[in-house]
Design a protein around this ligand. Structure first.
Ligand code: HSC
Ligand code: NAD
Length: 696
């Protein structure tokens, strides 16, 4: 770049100035970009030969927002507000030319242009809410003036990226340019604006779309009520709503003050710290130190799946949705028919919810075929085994696949926790074997644990990571250990919650504490939802556990109207006196005296053993970095993102406090709390888990 600075260039197309920003990867509003904008507009405005100015970006996208890495640091360069004032106050029309995504501060800059032109593939949004903040550069004040209150509320509280065609409909962009010809289109638009003497349209001065909502607080109350469940626990959505309310009820400059005050509060709070951390955690998870980005990958054009049960069907949908043909193999025709029927049923539900059209469903179903013959998988580039969780069956399937599937293909297992190396050992090509641990429901859940065996080749890992992106999953690499990252930690929590029940805590107390912490539901409610009889065999049940007894009584969860809880006909849960008596009898039989357990103890005994296990997982190098563990928990187990993940949470509490509490519980509740060596080491060195993220 030249003319203005290292990231900004000012050129001329006749009497139209074109200010180009080129700051890869996403033209974020770093100090040099703000400087480039400020000086660029200043120069263009001062140039007597310039009649209008087009702002455009090079590379993959328009400005994608503030530079998130700059938050919290010392401010350098021109302020964004100064840039915006310069734009809005320009005596010459400014046209923002949008491609890729105009997000956050990027859209806030575009909202200060007098006109906006976009290519059809472009998208606009204010996703700050997903970082625990709100648009802090006038977005909450200008957007409702441009698109109306209802749409603005939706955009700022969901962070959705709105497609250019819809932006045109709602008035967020003024015209579409031909794909690939944005610069020409925007310059022509600017020239027309000059020739026809169009007014300098300023978003701050518009009132027609907000006038009707003035003095109608019920609009906002209704919006809050409708979305209460979705917003539970999060601070940012409420603050975003308050800003839109201010836009409606206050003069523009007063509204801006409200926005600034609330922005300042959010950005310095713990939720935003957690959500910004998480933004980078998710992106870092795809980086594997010894598998560089240029590692060759295998082309996956045909996928095979063994087993059409709960997981097999869901996994198949992921590939079909991405346009990759899938063959599913079952042992019996009925099982195959049942599996394919479930898949079709899922698709039909998504037609009802508007996610797919019937045509798309037919197309996706057309990509899924079934067979009873493993030999039909011979030509697949990737085969995923999803049969029963039994080592003998898995080994048998892998030995057969080894003999059938072409060399060079990837052989994957969806095991939830069995030893991937042992499974790989059933083949003569353990280097081609990997774990692809999808979560249930596999067509919905975002997380994919990719389990690297001792001999797995790097191209197999690189291909799996890439494929995860293709099918819209967030992948985290794990080493081999029982339960991998997620289930191994979950087991620790499960053991403690069961133990606390035997000491006197009631299931609904534990569920309430974890729900209030931010999980979508507690472990006992979850058990009832999934079915208490999963993996429970009536013939082998000896009434040895509370679950055994509940199942024997026919209390098998929501589906039977009772489990830990009692359920009414609408599946509303109520604490159950029957369960309470079962628990009481168990405690008495064990010779113990039930005691009251405080909410604090419930929380600490649920969460701290998970953190401790996370430390062991790092110690054993099962996970590459603490942030990968956090990505697993946020995406696979409903850990509230505004608490960052268990390892981030440990840092927020302070590793020394976690260690002290573990020692306390080791003394009072047993060796399950014995602190991990890594945690002791971190505390001794005055370091945090976050320091390990930097080292990975
Ligand atoms: C904001 O704008 C606040 C405003 O209201 C201003 C407030 C001012 C207040 C002043 C008060 C005094 N920053 O995702 P990808 C990196 S908040 C820094 O893999 P894609 C990313 O880490 C912001 N870095 O690509 C990655 O780096 P790596 C609102 C950013 O094509 C690389 O770029 N905006 C960054 O899949 C590629 O990213 C957002 O929240 C940023 N803003 O998706 C948008 N954005 O290569 C956030 C990206 O080293 N960004 N990076 O790993 C996105 O949603 C996606 O990145 C895109 C591209 C959709 C833009
Ligand atoms: P499931 O019982 O619903 O389905 C297994 C299917 O495999 C059955 O339809 C069965 O007929 C078929 N099958 C068994 N042996 C076969 C063979 N030799 N060839 C072809 N098909 C065969 O089980 P599921 O819940 O889908 O679990 C499958 C795997 O996924 C297990 O390893 C499980 O641990 C793992 N997993 C399950 C979940 C979950 O929540 N259900 C989550 C993650 C991983």
């Amino acid at each position: 770049m030249a003319e203005i600075n290292s990231v900004a260039d000012l050129s001329r197309d006749g009497d139209i100035a074109v200010l180009t920003i080129d700051s890869p990867p996403v033209n974020a509003l770093s100090a040099p970009v703000r400087d480039g904008l400020h000086h660029g507009f200043e120069k263009a405005v001062a140039d007597p030969e310039v009649k209008a100015i087009v702002l455009i970006c090079a590379g993959r996208t328009f400005i994608a927002g503030a530079d998130i890495t700059e938050f919290g640091g010392a401010r350098k360069g021109a302020s964004l507000f100064a840039v915006q004032e310069k734009m809005e106050g320009s005596p010459k029309p400014i046209v923002a030319a949008i491609h890729g995504t105009a997000l956050g501060g990027g859209l806030e800059v575009a909202l200060c242009a007098h006109y906006r032109v976009a290519v059809p593939s472009a998208r606009c949004g204010l996703p700050e809410v997903n970082l625990g903040i709100l648009p802090g550069a006038g977005g909450t004040q200008r957007l409702p003036r441009v698109v109306g209150v209802e749409k603005a509320l939706e955009m700022v509280t969901t962070g959705q990226h709105v497609a250019a065609s819809q932006c045109l409909e709602i008035g967020l962009v003024d015209a579409l340019a031909e794909e690939g010809k944005l610069r020409e289109g925007a310059v022509a638009f600017a020239r027309k604006a000059v020739a026809e003497g169009w007014p300098l349209k300023k978003a701050r001065d518009l009132t027609d779309k907000i006038a009707a909502a003035k003095g109608h607080p019920e609009i906002f109350t209704a919006f809050r009520t409708t979305n209460a469940r979705k917003f539970r626990g999060f601070k940012a959505p409420e603050y975003n709503i308050r800003c839109i309310e201010a836009a409606v009820n206050l003069p523009f400059d007063e509204g801006l003050k409200t926005e600034r005050t609330l922005f300042a509060e959010l950005i310095s709070g713990p939720q935003s710290a957690a959500q910004r951390y998480y933004f980078f955690a998710e992106r870092t998870a795809s980086k594997i130190p010894d598998v560089p980005a240029d590692t060759p990958t295998i082309a996956v054009k045909q996928v095979g799946i063994v087993g059409a049960g709960t997981m097999g069907g869901g996994i198949a949908m992921n590939f079909a949705n991405a346009g990759i043909p899938v063959k599913i193999v079952e042992v019996k025709q009925e099982a195959l028919d049942r599996g394919l029927k479930v898949v079709r049923g899922n698709y039909e539900r998504s037609v009802k919810s508007g996610r797919f059209t019937m045509d798309q469903v037919d197309k996706h179903m057309g990509l899924i075929s079934g067979s009873l013959d493993l030999a039909s998988l011979a030509d697949c580039d990737l085969v995923i085994e999803a049969v029963f969780e039994r080592m003998d069956i898995k080994k048998d399937v892998f030995a057969k696949l080894d003999a059938i599937v072409k060399q060079g293909a990837i052989l994957a297992t969806n095991t939830s926790g069995l030893n991937v190396d042992e499974i790989a050992g059933a083949t003569k090509r353990p280097e081609a074997v990997i774990g692809l641990h999808f979560f249930s429901p596999a067509n919905v859940m975002k997380l994919l644990e990719i389990v690297r065996g001792a001999k797995t080749r790097k191209p197999v890992i690189a291909t799996s990571m890439k494929l995860a992106k293709t099918i819209g999953k967030i992948a985290v690499l794990s080493g081999v250990c029982p339960g991998f990252i997620g289930n191994r930690m979950l087991r620790q929590r499960g053991a403690q919650t069961q133990k606390m029940v035997m000491e006197g805590a009631l299931p609904w107390d534990i569920d309430r504490v974890l729900y209030d912490f931010g999980f979508p539901m507690g472990p006992f409610a979850m058990g009832d939802l999934a079915g208490l009889d999963i993996g429970w065999v009536p013939e082998r049940s000896k009434g040895e556990t509370i679950r055994d007894v509940l199942c024997e009584m026919g209390r098998r969860g929501q589906k039977t109207g009772a489990g830990y809880y009692d359920y009414d006909e609408n599946r509303n849960a109520k604490p159950s006196p029957v369960t309470e008596k079962v628990i009481h009898d168990f405690i008495v039989k064990s010779g113990a005296n039930p005691r009251g357990i405080s909410d604090e103890e419930i929380l600490e005994r649920s969460i701290y053993p998970m953190i401790n296990e996370g430390a062991k997982i790092l110690e054993e190098r099962i996970a590459i970095r603490p942030s990968d563990i956090d990505v697993v928990w946020v995406n696979g187990y409903g850990w509230p993102v505004y608490r960052g993940g268990p390892m981030f949470y440990a840092d927020q509490l302070g590793p020394e406090r976690v260690l002290a509490k573990l020692r306390h519980y080791q003394a009072t509740a047993g060796d399950a709390f014995k602190p991990a060596a890594l945690l002791e080491k971190l505390v001794a060195e005055g370091r945090k888990f976050a320091d390990l993220n930097k080292e990975s």
